[in-house]
Design a protein around this ligand. Structure first.
Ligand code: ZN
Length: 339
């Protein structure tokens, strides 16, 4: 159903994509994830609202995670231009290898932050088990957590048809949607704001009730690849969003919300709490990121290592960038101490 802001939310597994009908066609926010049946589900939801795939004039992408941009290549095959932030455009070219799955750097970095080999193996094993379960169609049991989409999601590389800079406007049939650069969740992440309705299409930057994962990303255009310090950028992006006159959040996951200030403040509270915990632990002496992680989450299963490490690393980055802590590397092992 089309909302009071003139938005059709489209549910695709765990994701929302949004259709904005105008007198001149439709603007889509995010392409949607690519699992078996996703495209048909998308078309059916447009049809049910009296809109159609053929009405879509632009697909605007928030970031290069495959649950948001997986179907971009399908839109392009239908002749619909895909537009995205110029800061994110390189990431779309690498498909599964870079769109949230920079696996080789992840394993190397796990070693660097002190994760024992057997736990890295345990992590790889848990991932394989999950993929096997998917292929056999059993995603309900066998120790494998219920997944968020009806099947494996794919990442097909594509090149954005138009690369937009911060503040660029997508104009169609009297509607105007502004790209607001919001790095953090990914290095070139952006959100889309419609000033006339106060609607913010917040992607994974602000997800009501959920703390967006800062993620591990590497810039592979430089040698050696450089890790992006996500959380300090993420916090700056929250400030940028707060400065907009947002009345309503249409997120990439979870339910839309009017509680914009509350959601932003909730995320900041979470950041302050985690960084306070880190300061306390580091007050007792230098620690590797893995030691900090295990003090924070002592019973962490192997399969959650990557995600949890990315979070802890994000908060360490915030302390480092803020001048409160320093990283010391010796024999390939990273240690953090208070400055
Ligand atoms: Zn994401």
């Amino acid at each position: 159903m089309i909302t009071e802001h003139g938005v059709l939310p489209i549910a695709l597994g765990d994701n929302w994509a949004y259709a904005l009908p105008t007198s001149d066609g439709v603007i889509m926010i995010d392409a949607g994830p690519d699992y078996d049946g996703a495209w048909d589900a998308l078309a059916a939801q447009l049809d049910a609202a009296g809109l159609h795939i053929g009405d879509v004039r632009y697909v605007a992408i928030t970031h290069a995670h495959i649950d948001h941009c997986g179907l971009a290549f399908r839109w392009q095959a239908h002749g619909v231009p895909v537009v995205a932030s110029e800061l994110e455009s390189q990431s779309f070219l690498h498909g599964r290898n870079i769109i949230g799955y920079q696996t080789q750097y992840v394993f190397d970095h796990m070693r660097r932050v002190g994760v024992p080999e057997e736990r890295i193996s345990g992590f790889i094993e848990a991932r394989e088990k999950m993929r096997r379960a998917y292929r056999s169609g059993d995603n309900t049991g066998g120790g494998v957590r219920r997944e968020r989409w009806p099947g494996l999601i794919r990442g097909t590389p594509f090149r954005a048809d138009e690369e937009l800079s911060d503040g660029a406007e997508i104009r169609l049939g009297g509607r105007r949607v502004v790209l607001v650069s919001a790095p953090g969740h990914t290095p070139g992440n952006c959100v889309f704001f419609e000033p006339d309705t106060g609607a913010l299409f917040s992607g994974d930057q602000v997800i009501p009730g959920l703390n967006s994962n800062p993620g591990w990303h590497w810039d592979i255009s430089v040698e050696p690849p450089k890790r992006f310090r996500s959380l300090p950028a993420f916090a700056d992006s929250l400030d940028r969003i707060e400065a907009l006159d947002v009345g309503h959040l249409y997120p990439g996951h979870r339910e839309p919300s009017d509680e914009v200030t509350e959601e932003i403040e909730r995320v900041r509270r979470h950041h302050r709490k985690r960084q306070g915990q880190l300061r306390e632990m580091l007050g007792e002496g230098p620690r590797t990121p893995y030691e900090l992680l295990m003090t924070m989450f002592s019973r962490l299963p192997d399969r959650r290592l990557w995600q949890a490490l990315a979070e802890v690393t994000g908060h360490i980055d915030a302390l480092v960038v803020g001048g409160e802590a320093v990283e010391v590397e010796a024999d390939g092992l990273l240690t953090i101490r208070l400055s």
